[in-house]
Write a protein that binds this ligand. Sequence first.
Ligand SMILES: [Zn+2]
Length: 238
Amino acid sequence: MDQEEERRGFTILKTAHSNHRKCFICNAANIRLYKTPKKSIAFAFKYFEMVIKSHARVCGRHLDSNIEIKETDYDLIVTTRKYYTNETVALFRTLSEYVKFPENQTIFEAFNNLDTLTESHCKLITSWSVDEFIRFSNFLTSWKKSQGRQKNEIIALYRYYMKKGLTQATIAILRGNTTQRQVSRYLEQMRICIYDDFVPYFLGIVNRPREFFLGHQTPTCRIIFDFDDDTLVICADG
Ligand SMILES: [Zn+2]
């Protein structure tokens, strides 16, 4: 059963029991309850692969001086196994990383300031080191600043979309204040920009010497037309 579900794109994760009226850790009721801190929800997922619902309430005795759940108290949480789509799990994973960033900054906005961009974040989102990211970005000279969108942020968004295979709607949620249509437009603009500024340097016949094409030539046409080894044949297939 598990294998079959996995094949269909599901993952099983431990999920905390939760209830509006009781502390989700010790079940205490009739006591002051707090919203579970977002950082603690992210921490639980990142380190214990445990899902805590955002509506879960917690009593003060499990919170430390930073108003986060005490690390020792994660052991007390009762969980059940629940199915989540792989895409949801990917989203949890990303959001649990996002928590490291300053308030109001999304995982893509971090790329607007390359001086504060960390190696680990750059790698997580783009699979590139900061140096590699900058080298790629420098190629894209036709990106219009007047479009109001920062080039590096959209490069990061584009790379993450390609790498994770998430839907455009999910990318829109991650970016915040963005619709799927906008994401679609950003991706298209970035695709055109890469095609114009980057691709010509690395692909296309102008970048290949004659020997490269001679090396790909099969003996067939040479024999049929009785050409010598140095004659380059181009077949046009209409
Ligand atoms: Zn409690």
